[in-house]
Ligand binder design. Structure first.
Ligand SMILES: Nc1ncnc2c1ncn2[C@@H]1O[C@H](COP(=O)(O)OP(=O)(O)OP(=O)(O)O)[C@@H](O)[C@H]1O
Ligand SMILES: [Mg+2]
Length: 267
């Protein structure tokens, strides 16, 4: 991290956040700072609390204790629509599009939101134009081929790769400041993942701060400048991809033993 960034206020911050579900301590005193322009990776074994972090930040659950700030303003426990309206958006690990509608109509719906109307959507410069046109423009930008019928297909008939892109498109319709991606590469083929990596880089170039929860480490480490490792709801380590991969505790906790070398050839 540069000196400049260290001195800047984090765009997103968690301070000592804990969350218990009955007897399960899903998050235990997790603190985290995300700076503007970061691509922060969050990794950790299944059940380590990654999605609980996303749900806490975006208002889908209320932490048992601790605080969350966006641009210095406390957002702990605010409603999801209020947090989204500030530009803090997320994808869902278990996708939730309107399956019975054509793909573009999913975006037309999110473009009805107050933030989209105010901002004009991704790349919009003020008031929103024709919703259908903006929806199809956004879909085209993120990989729904121009002149294909794909944006008009019923969502339930689309392959997973398009559904993942639709999740990102839904975030982009709000002209987001932050996108928290909860496993956007999961369920995709190697070639689909390879084509998603430049898209994530383009979003970063566009000035969007990104938090990526991911099991696909090779691809994550191509885009992330910092990585946090969670284990049993606690932060194990945070650092550059190289620092994290070199940490013995990470190797033990996350990768097990024999597959370490295989997983670590990520360059
Ligand atoms: N709504 C809930 N009610 C009860 N327990 C929950 C709930 N949500 C999460 N948990 C539990 O909290 C722990 C953390 O879950 P979480 O979904 O955050 O993990 P994760 O790191 O996202 O896992 P995965 O890699 O499988 O997506 C798990 O033990 C999970 O079973
Ligand atoms: Mg999860």
């Amino acid at each position: 991290m540069t000196e400049e960034k260290k001195q800047a206020l984090p765009i997103l911050e968690m301070k000592g956040v804990s969350k218990a579900f009955g007897g399960v301590q899903a998050l235990d005193d997790v603190s985290l700072q995300v700076f503007e322009g970061d691509v922060l990776g969050i990794i950790g074994p299944n059940g380590s609390g990654k999605t609980t972090i996303v749900n806490s930040i975006t208002g889908f659950i209320r932490p048992s204790s601790g605080q969350i700030f966006f641009r210095g303003r406390e957002i702990t426990g605010k409603k999801p629509h209020r947090i989204a309206d500030m530009g803090v958006t997320r994808t869902f690990q278990v996708m939730r599009p309107y399956y019975s509608l054509p793909a573009f109509k999913n975006l037309v719906i999110s473009l009805c939101s107050p933030r989209a109307r105010r901002t004009g959507g991704w790349r919009g410069g003020g008031r929103l134009g024709d919703r259908k046109t903006v929806a199809i423009d956004i879909l085209e930008e993120i990989g729904f081929e121009r002149d294909s019928h794909i944006p008009f297909k019923i969502t339930s008939t689309l392959p997973t790769g398009y559904l993942k892109r639709l999740e990102l498109a839904r975030c982009l319709s709000l002209k987001p400041e932050i996108i928290i991606c909860d496993e956007v590469f999961s369920g995709l083929s190697m070639s689909e993942i390879a084509s998603m990596v430049p898209l994530i880089q383009r979003l970063q170039d566009d000035g969007i701060t990104i938090v990526m929860i991911e099991h696909r480490l090779r691809e994550l480490f191509q885009v992330a400048n910092r990585v946090m490792v969670l284990n049993f709801g606690s932060k194990l380590i945070e650092g550059t991809p190289d620092q994290v991969m070199a940490d013995e505790r990470v190797k033990e906790a996350y990768f097990g033993s024999e597959k370490v070398e295989e997983v670590m050839t990520y360059a």
